[in-house]
Design a protein around this ligand. Sequence first.
Ligand SMILES: Cc1cc2nc3c(=O)[nH]c(=O)nc-3n(C[C@H](O)[C@H](O)[C@H](O)COP(=O)(O)OP(=O)(O)OC[C@H]3O[C@@H](n4cnc5c(N)ncnc54)[C@H](O)[C@@H]3O)c2cc1C
Ligand code: SF4
Length: 325
Amino acid sequence: MFPFTLEKPLSTEDAIAAAASGARFIAGGTTLVDLMREEVERPERLIDINSLPFGGIRIEGDDLVIGALARMAEVAADPNVQRLQPLIAESLIEGASPQLRNMASMGGNLLQRVRCPYFRMLDAGCNKRAPGSGCAAIDGLNSGHAILGTSDYCVATHPSDVAVALVALDATMRVRGPQGERSFPVEELFRLPGDTPHLEHTLLPGELIVEIRVPGGPHSRHARYLKVRDRASYEFALVSAAVALLVADGVIRQVRLAVGGVGTRPWRLRDCEAALVGKRPERRAFEEAAQLAIQGARPLHHNQFKVELLPRTVVRALELAGEVA
Ligand SMILES: Cc1cc2nc3c(=O)[nH]c(=O)nc-3n(C[C@H](O)[C@H](O)[C@H](O)COP(=O)(O)OP(=O)(O)OC[C@H]3O[C@@H](n4cnc5c(N)ncnc54)[C@H](O)[C@@H]3O)c2cc1C
Ligand code: SF4
């Protein structure tokens, strides 16, 4: 592997200053080290952020607040997370393997790179890895790729499971950078590829994710994450759906819905949500709403099956959430 330095910052300010001048944060290292071994990423300086005070999980009023350095396994096993936000716990358990979840941090999960195989093949065209080099996936093996939010420059899906749940639940994130702190919806962290797929997120140079805040609500406890994948052992989603549902007096009062494995970023389904509110939680209403999920879908040669699998997954996830509503 190429030479690099690993630094332990004495303070958050030191870490941010180092990142602002080109160093990279490293938390669990489960994505970054992998990519460095394959020389897809070649950072010269790594800043180990694990000693910074951004771990832990707490409750503030109705909100669940998760530190960016909390581990996936820790968050999934937390009794408050399981009780108040079961969607978060379930989406984490469905992601990666136990060993990876023990190491992998929440902040790193949100900023993991794509799993498109061509991204890791240094001799393949990939606009995300090497801007202007083309996209080998568009005419290549693309069964795992996106049908929503794609462009002529990149068709890779966003890989994170918990990001789908966080987007469904209107979570926000707090970041700290050279200009101070700011908060914004997790949904706004992710960019569409457009003609600049190498720009994946909206963080400014040096910005560090500090924590994630998930607002509570009566819908939160009646929620399910359904992940369809090629094998039961660790595998990324072909299609996944995160649903939170509040039913009162036999009618859907609130619903939150987002899907993964099909979009170039976690994909919120607001039209489906609007179509469901006020309806009885019945299969026919679920099926009608789920058809709206594929509006604007642009399937590729090998992933046409997702156009059918997506609404079916949404319907099943709504049924499962309905059982706990
Ligand atoms: C075999 C395998 C299977 C997997 N399966 C799944 C799956 O099914 N579902 C799923 O969701 N994930 C899956 N993953 C991905 C895994 O969840 C991520 O690798 C992990 O969450 C990344 O966290 P980390 O702390 O190790 O990140 P790191 O590798 O340390 O960092 C990743 C990126 O985030 C940046 N970063 C880290 N923390 C911060 C911060 N606080 N602020 C700003 N930048 C930061 C780093 O600079 C780097 O660019 C899988 C990974 C592997 C290797
Ligand atoms: S889909 Fe995106 S990540 Fe994959 S080869 Fe094309 S540009 Fe690269």
